[in-house]
Write a protein that binds this ligand. Sequence first.
Ligand SMILES: Nc1nc2c(ncn2[C@@H]2O[C@H](COP(=O)(O)OP(=O)(O)OP(=O)(O)O)[C@@H](O)[C@H]2O)c(=O)[nH]1
Ligand SMILES: [Mg+2]
Ligand SMILES: [Zn+2]
Length: 352
Amino acid sequence: MQITVSHTSNQEPLSLAELGWSAFFDDQLDRVDAGLAPMRVATVHRARVTAESQSGPIKLNLPNRANTVDYAVGDWVLVDPNTRIPVRRLERKTTLQRRTEGGQSPQLIAANVDTLFIVTSCNEDLNVARLERYLALANESGTTPVIILTKADQVADNAPWRDQVLGLQRGLKVVALDATAPEAALALAPWCATGQTVALVGSSGVGKSSLLNTLSEKAPDEAQLTGSIRESDAKGRHTTTSRSLHRIAGGGWVIDTPGIRTLHASDLSVGLDLVFVEIAELAPECRFRDCTHDHEPGCAVQAAVAVGGIDPERLERWRKLGNENRTNTPVLSGPRGNKQTKASSKRSCNPK
Ligand SMILES: Nc1nc2c(ncn2[C@@H]2O[C@H](COP(=O)(O)OP(=O)(O)OP(=O)(O)O)[C@@H](O)[C@H]2O)c(=O)[nH]1
Ligand SMILES: [Mg+2]
Ligand SMILES: [Zn+2]
């Protein structure tokens, strides 16, 4: 499908596959959609949404007082090419979202992302507990996580940082690089091929926008702003303030996001089990079905800790994250809107 939309760009038209289209989206098209142009949401602001069309970036026309909170960067929308009004949003292949403090509905981070680049630097800001939260988020959303260790050029040897993160999830890929050097694009090429979409997440100052500029080979006047970090604690200054989709030079798409201050655990069940798979795997062997792997007799996890098969610090982090996830995960609203959580807080220790 190629529907012409007038625009200001002079680039060659892209195929839908180059925009990231796949059978998953094709299957959602109906006959009534004939004549509408599929486009990808590139930026979402309070009253303004832009998209990447086959013929370049365009501003969408939203009906008066339309709510933009239902749009995520990376979404596919079917647009009327004459009015530029988005008629329908297609179902998402993957949804990256997080719950914010006190927020009723989850905040959308990005949609239709294949690979989540969890960015952290080879410096003292690296925090394994925080990375485990990002991993759970990636797993839960159906995206493949890759840990990117930036600022590898600032250390004589990146092995100590690699060693800290390699064991955080089975089969985890870790890439150490200098986000500002062109070679970074080569190291990340396996996840950036045509049709692929990656999203960059991580704390402020870790080099997400620097990496985006490297991957997209942006000219200096078009580049994402990057900011310095504080020398005292290596923390960034929240330079990027909104999410945006950009074309990777010669390949897929990359989404930049603002640095996240706190990532609350919520709505993560599969996500947590995949991060802490060594614990999840042993749990069925515990004597009690609802074993907390703490004080119970016949606990297979504690037995593994005793012989050095499971890291006790990881077990402690699993417990903390699991408790937080249960507390923050709403499922039912009672008649007065009182929230209940998915998992029961009862610890009955019933034998199987
Ligand atoms: N030497 C070196 N500097 C880097 C690297 N990555 C990022 N920087 C520097 O670190 C600072 C922060 O980089 P940004 O790209 O703005 O970080 P960010 O993650 O986008 O930060 P926010 O937008 O605040 O979330 C800038 O001064 C970059 O030049 C790297 O791999 N090596
Ligand atoms: Mg940034
Ligand atoms: Zn147990």
